[in-house]
Ligand binder design. Sequence first.
Ligand SMILES: NC(=O)NCCC[C@H](N)C(=O)O
Length: 412
Amino acid sequence: MKDNRILNVNSEIGKLRTVLLHRPGEEVENLTPDLLERLLFDDIPYLKVAQEEHDAFADTLRNAGVEVLYLEELAAEAISTSEELKMEFIHEFINEANVQSESLHKALVSYLLSFDNKAMVDKMMAGIRKEELSDYHSESLCDLVNVTYPFVCDPMPNLYFTRDPFATIGHGITLNHMRTETRNRETIFAKYIFQAHPRFKDKDIPLWFNRGENTSIEGGDELILSKDILAVGISQRTDSLSVEKLAERILFSDDTSFKTILAFQIPVSRAFMHLDTVFTQVDYDKFTVHPGIVGPLNVYAITKDPDNPTELKTTKEVDTLENILSKYLKRDVTLIQCGGGDEIISAREQWNDGSNTLAIAPGEVVVYSRNYVTNALLEKHGIKLHVIPSSELSRGRGGPRCMSMPLIRDDL
Ligand SMILES: NC(=O)NCCC[C@H](N)C(=O)O
C-alpha cells in the first residue's frame, strides 16, 4: 500500500470530500454569435448571473462539507513555485494558441508578464484581443487574411466544465487529449497543476492518459461504476483506441482495483455528447438516463484474458442498459428516465442536462432547478436533491456533473 497518494475516487457516489471547479469568467463574455459553433456553445450566457449561479453551486457543495478548489487558483499557485516553470507555461500557452509569428509571441509574453500570476491565468482563460496589445500589427499572411478576427488568443468558455479536460480514476488521472482544438487548450492548466502544485507534486498520481497522445478522450465519458468497473463512452468525443490504451494501463497496474472496463458505444451527436450526458449514477442501484440510451446497446467488456493474463480480452455484448448494469454491478438497478420518458419533456430536460447529476453521497445529488419534472421523479425514488439555479450555466450544455471534477471521495 502506497502512502503518498492524494487522489481517491473509486465510485460515482461515495461521499464527496474535495472537488475542483472553475468559476466562469470573462471568457464567457468573449463569446460572439460567430464563435459559438467553434467554441461549442449554443448561446451566450449572461456572465453576472452565471457567476451567481456558480457561486450557489459552490456554496451548496461547501454546505454539504465538500472542500471546493478552483482551477484558476491552483494553476496560479503552481506556476508561482518557479520562474522558469512560469516562463515554460507562458510559451506553451502561446504556442498552443496557434500564434505563429515571433514578434507576436514576444509581444504576448511581455503583455502576460504585466499581470500578477492569478490575473495572468484569468487573462489566458478569457482570451486576448488584438487591441489589447499596444504594438500589435498584422505581419504574417495569416494575420493579414484574418484582419477582422478580434482575438490573438481565443477565449476558453468551456473551462467551467472541469469534468472534461482531466479525470480522476482511482488514485490517478487521465490528462486528456480533447477532440477539439478549443477544448484541448484547457488541459494545459491541469498539466502544470499536477506537475508543480505543492499539493500534488511528488505524490503518487499514476497518469493513465496524457494530453500529447493522438487519440481523444474526455472526462465526461469516464464513469466509475464501482471499484471494480470503469465505464467509458465511445462517443462523439472519445475514440475506441483511447479506451484500449486506458484499459491496458489500468488493468495491468498494481495501483488500482479495477478489473473490467465497460466501453459503451453511444450515438455520435451533440445530444449524446458524452456518456455522462446520457446517464449518471444517483445511488447504489439507481441511475438517471436519457430515454434514448436504454438500448439495446453495443457494450464491450475488456478484462485481463483468464487464459493469458498478460493479454487483454474484449467481449462484445448487445443488451439493454438495465441488463448490462445489473449484470456487472451484481444487483437489480432502476433507471429513472429524464422527463419521465414523455417525448417533449424528456427532450427539453435532456437538452438542459436533466440526466447530468452530481452525486455528493449515495442517494444525494446536485441538480439544475429547470429540470423540475425529472427532479420530482428523482425525489419520488427517494433521492435527496440539492437544487441549484440554472438559467445561464445550462447554456453551455453541461450540468452539475460536467461542472465538477471530484478529487477525493470516500470509498463505499
Ligand atoms: N461532460 C460534459 O458533458 N460536459 C459538457 C461539455 C459542454 C461543452 N460545451 C462541450 O461541448 O464540450
